[in-house]
Design a protein around this ligand. Structure first.
Ligand SMILES: NC(=O)c1ccc[n+]([C@@H]2O[C@H](COP(=O)([O-])OP(=O)(O)OC[C@H]3O[C@@H](n4cnc5c(N)ncnc54)[C@H](O)[C@@H]3O)[C@@H](O)[C@H]2O)c1
Length: 356
């Protein structure tokens, strides 16, 4: 198998992406539209203001359907019209803190949303490849130092993480009960924290860095000592596209895959912010700096390390951009944005360099 994702495979393929108006979804749409895929998106309006989706120049190049994943009739209608061969499910309420504020909505979206998309896959024989995007937080966190493997128990702690564990279980049941007897391959991908240009979500560290740097104010860091696995957004997206292609061509590649960075790219938030400030200060006149303000927020699981041996041995996959590169690319994008530059062109440059 190849490590380089062969994007030419996607030329002319009908692909349906849920959550296309989000951070990862916008990058994914841009990659697929550039590759010549026939892309349909189904999701709510972009979750942030400003929103990457609105600035990455996809109008007229894909079919964007605005709808709620909980609205099964509307989803079915959009799905039946699109007749996708490949389905990538990203729509979710993805913020841990928001899941404490609104657990019911989080479960409805992340669990019933998965049931609804699985139903569409079950009822439309056009689908050959289905990938459910979950998270590294799906595992029961044993607070140990070893990397979690794909066969470890699933039982996320907070409502977000736990709803994603449930989303995994829903997928497993649909696979066993229906998809195994159909001509459709199904996988889940459990990825870690991603960073990259164009994320404007609240309560995520790189967008927090960018917002403060635009304003020329210090970045407020809640927990500089917590370690997280950071990877550039293009890393998991390339892995999703690699898995979706491989299982489309041969069902034996379907499975459950961890997608994470190498251990050296698991860094503390303090190091991340230092690296961001250093990179930002090289390209901008507005000086970036940060202050430590631990605010004692709700429980967030300690660092949970992924063992990505399965993805590596199955596909010969390895991460392409290390942590410093991922920060540099993020800073490059936010600086273009801050100077009213062409962010879509910046995305294309980064996509071409990454996949080239
Ligand atoms: N960003 C990360 O670090 C990260 C890490 C691991 C996994 N993930 C997963 O990747 C996926 C995408 O995350 P993201 O960072 O792009 O998040 P995001 O918030 O930027 O995007 C979420 C998308 O889901 C859509 N959505 C939310 N609720 C919906 C609903 N009820 N009906 C229809 N659409 C709805 C939004 O409109 C948006 O398009 C999510 O499934 C998330 O759990 C993200």
């Amino acid at each position: 198998m190849m490590n380089r994702t062969d994007l030419s495979f996607y030329r002319g393929k009908r692909v349906l992406i849920t959550g296309h108006t989000g951070f990862k979804g916008s990058w994914l749409c841009r990659i697929l539209v550039n590759a010549g895929a026939v892309v349909t998106g189904y999701s709510l309006e972009p979750p942030t203001n400003p929103a990457l989706f609105d600035m990455c120049g996809l109008e007229g190049k894909m079919n964007s359907v605005i709808g709620d994943i909980r609205d099964s009739e509307h989803l079915k209608e959009a799905f039946a019209k699109a007749q996708p061969e490949i389905v990538l499910h990203l729509a979710a309420q993805p913020i841990v803190r928001d899941s404490y504020k609104n657990p019911v909505y989080t479960y409805e979206t992340n669990v019933m949303g998965t049931v609804n998309i699985c139903e569409c896959v079950r009822q439309n024989a056009c689908v050959k490849s289905f990938l459910n995007v979950t998270t590294d937080k799906v595992y029961e966190n044993k607070e140990w130092v070893w990397g979690y493997r794909e066969d470890e128990p699933l039982d996320g702690y907070d409502p977000y993480s736990n709803s994603k564990s449930c989303s995994e279980l829903v997928t497993h049941s649909y696979k066993n009960s229906f998809f195994n007897d159909m001509d459709v391959a199904v996988s889940t991908a459990r990825a870690g924290n991603v960073i990259g240009g164009g994320d404007f979500a609240n309560d995520r560290i790189v967008p927090d860095c960018a917002r403060a740097s635009f304003a020329g104010t210090p970045i407020v860091v809640r927990n500089p000592h917590s370690t997280r696995p950071y990877q550039h957004v293009l890393e998991p997206l390339a892995a999703y596209l690699m898995i979706a292609k491989a299982q489309y061509e041969d069902k034996k590649y379907q499975g459950y895959y961890n997608v994470g960075p190498d251990e050296s790219d698991c860094v503390t938030t303090g190091r991340l912010v230092d690296t961001f400030c250093e990179a930002w200060n090289k390209v901008s006149d507005k000086k970036a700096s940060w202050i430590n303000k631990y605010d004692g927020g709700p429980h967030e699981a300690n660092f949970l390390k992924l063992d990505c041996s399965k993805l590596k041995s199955t596909f010969g996959w390895k991460p392409r951009w290390n942590f410093d590169e991922a920060i540099n690319r993020s800073v490059e994008w936010y600086n273009v944005y801050d100077n009213n530059g062409d962010v879509a062109a910046c995305m294309d440059r980064q996509i071409n360099e990454f996949f080239g």
